[in-house]
Design a protein. Structure first.
Length: 348
């Protein structure tokens, strides 16, 4: 009996499985556009779909001056900012998971949230500057400082992602304790502090959107460019080095870009948890684990997720509003537990 040689999958076929195909990209884009349309139309004052579409396209509409102002000064900047913040948190989460090779990594793992919280609290309690300017700037600076400190401590402790994660936990604990200490001196400002910590998009405006857009463009651009290299890092540093990839340099670039994306999002929305875990895992289950596919789809799906979560936050208790972080926590906690269970199952 003559044995036939086992067929070998050609490199072009293997490469095709890691490329971003038009169908999943189109589905993710349609999901984002649908979520944004729902965010524009729904609310305490419903708007006619046809007139909203004409207004967005710059055509003459039958909207009243009040409806026009509601659409362009409140809902449209809020929906766009929600899509941007959700996309930033999701793509940053995917980047962290890839570079740390940890499926439970999220954008706040390396001290970004604690640093942002401390910076915002210091401004709210001690500095007489306008909150609309001072708090975002302080949160942005604090988030980047927290990640930089964690990275420096991790590098000093030794190579490897494990030491980096432990350094992030230590830095987060220290900065959270410092924030608690500062809060004791500003008891009268606790409501503002906790309102910021729970996250939200109620302060969305065109100025806020334009302020964060350059940082968002740079950080997401760097992350998307590194998708193929993250696939190489997934096989291990030694194997990556044998292919001519500088693992340390790639890891630093991705960490810096993901941290910039996280800091940009936190600066304008406060702390909104679980987006960076929920969205990349959902995309990974549906479209595969290649980061060339995962990063752009997470960017689109994250935007859709947060726009829908914000829609729930402002309509469930209308005319009141739930903190956006509470809504994402209700959705994200059971999903996180499911991810944790599947991760343990895969490891056993």
């Amino acid at each position: 009996m003559r044995l036939r040689p086992r067929p070998v999958t050609p490199p072009s076929a293997r490469e095709a499985r890691t490329r971003l195909r038009p169908l999943p990209l189109g589905v993710a884009a349609a999901l984002l556009l649908g979520a944004m349309a729902a965010g524009l139309l729904a609310g305490a004052v419903p708007l006619p779909p046809g007139e909203v579409l004409r207004a967005v396209l710059g055509l003459d509409t039958g909207l009243s001056p009040m409806e026009h102002a509601l659409l362009f000064e409140l809902r449209l900047p809020r929906v766009l900012l929600g899509a941007l913040v959700g996309g930033l948190l999701a793509v940053a989460g995917a980047g962290y998971q890839g570079v740390l090779r940890n499926p439970l990594a999220d954008p706040y793992l390396l001290g970004a949230s604690a640093g942002a919280g401390l910076g915002a609290t210091l401004v709210i309690v001690h500095l007489p500057v306008p909150a609309a300017v001072g708090v975002p700037l302080a949160a942005f600076t604090g988030a980047l400082a927290g990640v930089a400190l964690a990275y420096a401590m991790g590098r000093a402790a030794g190579p490897g992602t494990g030491t980096l994660i432990l350094a992030g936990v230590a830095v987060s604990s220290f900065l959270s304790a410092a924030q608690t200490f500062v809060q004791q001196a500003g008891v009268d400002e606790l409501q503002r502090i906790y309102s910021w910590i729970l996250g939200g998009l109620s302060g969305a405006s065109w100025d806020t959107l334009w302020m964060v857009l350059p940082y968002a463009a740079v950080s997401t651009g760097v992350l998307l460019v590194h998708g193929r290299l993250l696939d190489v890092l997934a096989v291990g540093d030694d194997e990556a080095a044998s292919l001519g990839v500088n693992a340390a340099r790639i890891r630093l670039a991705v960490l810096a870009a993901a941290s910039l994306a996280t800091a940009s999002a936190v600066a304008v929305s406060g702390l909104i948890g679980f987006v960076g875990i929920v969205v990349p895992h959902a995309v990974r289950r549906l479209a595969g684990g290649s980061y060339r596919v995962l990063l752009p789809l997470s960017l689109l799906a994250g935007g859709a997720f947060l726009v829908l979560a914000d829609l729930l936050a402002r309509t469930l208790l209308s005319p009141g509003e739930l903190p956006l972080g509470v809504v994402t926590a209700f959705v994200g906690t059971p999903f996180f537990l499911a991810v944790l269970r599947s991760t343990r199952g895969g490891a056993s």
